[in-house]
Design a protein around this ligand. Sequence first.
Ligand code: HEC
Length: 494
Amino acid sequence: MSGVEGTEPRGGWLEQRLGLRALRTALFDRPVPSGLTWWHTLGSATLTVFLVQVVTGTVLATFYAPSPDHAYESIRFLEQQVVAGRLLRGVHNWGASAMVVLVMLHMVRVFSMGAYKYPREANWVLGVGLFGLVLAFGFTGYLLPWDQRAYWATQVGTSIAGTAPFIGGALATVLKGGSQLGAATLTRFYALHVLWLPAAVVVMVALHLTMVIRQGIAAPARVLEEGAPGRTDDPTYPAHHAAAEGASKREGVRFWPDVIAKDVIVATLTIALLLVLAMAFGAPLEAPADPTDSSYVPTPEWYFLPFYQLLKLFPGSMEATIAVGVPALLVLALVGLPFFDRNSKRHLSGRPVALTSLALLLGGSGLLLGAAVREMQSSAEPVSGRMLGSAERAGRALFERQCASCHVVDGNGGDEGPELTDIGARRSTAWLHSFIENPLNFRPESKMPAFGAPTLSHPEIEEIARYLSALRGPPGRELELNIADTFPEPPPPR
Ligand code: HEC
C-alpha cells in the first residue's frame, strides 16, 4: 500500500478505475447485530433461487417457441432430445414453487420479528410488491407449455380477473390480448414472463437491497423494545431507535465472514433440493392444449389452490365478490400493515392480535390447501395418471355399475371379460363407442351384451368410451398410444 489517503490513488489498476472497494465494503463489510437466526437467511435464499430462475429461464427461452402451434412441440423436443433438458425444466418448475415458499417464509419472519416497523415501512411495501411479482411470474409461466393444464388453468384465471367490478372486462381483454385465449395471449404472457416482470423485479430487488444495506438488519426485538416509548409515532421514538440499533451494531459482528456462512449453507441446500426434486419429478407436461375439450377439469398451481378452494365454498352469485374482495383486502392489509400498526412491541409474544391474525391466515390457507388436495385426489383416476374430466368421471361411474362385474380395471372387477386397464392405448374412442353399443357387430360370437339403446343412451355410451380412452395402463407403466382399430364391414349396399 502506498501513499497517504486522498493524495494518491489507492489500490491496483482496476481499483483505481472502478473504485469497487467502496461497494465491497458496503456489501460485505457492514456491521450486523449479533444473534441473527437461521430465519434471517431466507431473503438471500430467495435471491439465490431467483438467480437460478434467471439462468435456467434464459436457457429454456433459447429452445422455446412462443406460438400455440409450436410451444408444446418445442417443450417436448427440449425434454426428449436436448441434453439435460428435462432436468433444466424440472429445476425451473420447482424453482418457481421454491420462490413462493421462500418469499412467504421471509415475510412471516419479518412479520414475526416486527422488522417492518419504523424505519423499515417502505421496504416492507417493496417486499409485498415483490411477492406480487413472484405470483405474476407463476401465473404467466404456467401458460407457456400450452398443454391442457396450462390452457384451462389460464382460462379460469383470466375469467376470475374478468369478474372484477368496473375494470373486469377490460382486465380480462388486456390479459388475453383479445376476447379469446389464443396466440395473442401466449405472446403477451411470454413477453411479461421474460421481459416485463424480470425488469420490474430487478429494479425492485435493487431498491430492496439498497435499503437493507443502508438501514442495516434490524436489531433483535428485545433490544429495540427495551425502554422504548409505547408507540413508534411517539416523537422520541426515532432517537431511542437510533441509539438502540447503533449500540446493537457496535456490539455486533461483520456480515463477512460472520453471517455469510449461514446464507451460503441455506442457499446451497436449497439448490441441492431443487436438483433432487427436478431429477425425481421433472416438470409436468400433459396432452397438448385442446380448446374444444371443455370437460377438462383445470387445476391451478398449488399456491393458488387455497384461493381456488375458497371460491368453491361460496355460491356462484357471491363468487365475483370473493374473487376480487379477498385478494384486494389481503393486499390492503399487507401494504397498510406498517402504517396502522404503530405499537412499538416487536416480538410476536407481545402482539396478540398479530399472532392471532398470522395463525388464522396460515391455518386457514393450510386447511383450504388440504381440502383442495383431497378433492383432487378423489377425482384423480390412478390408472390414467391424470385428472379425469367431468365426462370421463361420469363414464367411470357408469362403468362401475354396468361393466365392472365382468371387466377388471386396475385390479378391481370381475373376470368374465378381458382386463381393460390399458384399453385406451389400444382402441380409439370411436371404436369403443361402437363396440359397447353392439359387440355382435364386431364379433358375432361375443359374450358381451349389447349396451346400445334402450339399455344406455348415446351420450352415456360416449361417456364410458371417453373414460376407457383415458385408461393407458397402470400408474408409472402407461403405454404409448398404439391404436389398431378395425371396424366391421358396412352392410353391402342394396
Ligand atoms: C357379462 C359380462 C360383460 C359385461 C357386463 C360387459 N362386458 Fe365387455 N366384454 C365381455 C367379454 C366376454 C369380452 C370379450 C370379447 C368378446 O367376447 O367379444 C368383452 C370385451 C369388451 C371390450 C373389448 C376389449 C378388447 O380388447 O377388444 C370392451 C372395450 C368392453 N368389453 C367394454 C365393456 C363395457 C364398457 C361394458 C359396460 C358398458 C362391458 N364391457 C360390459 C364381457 C362383458
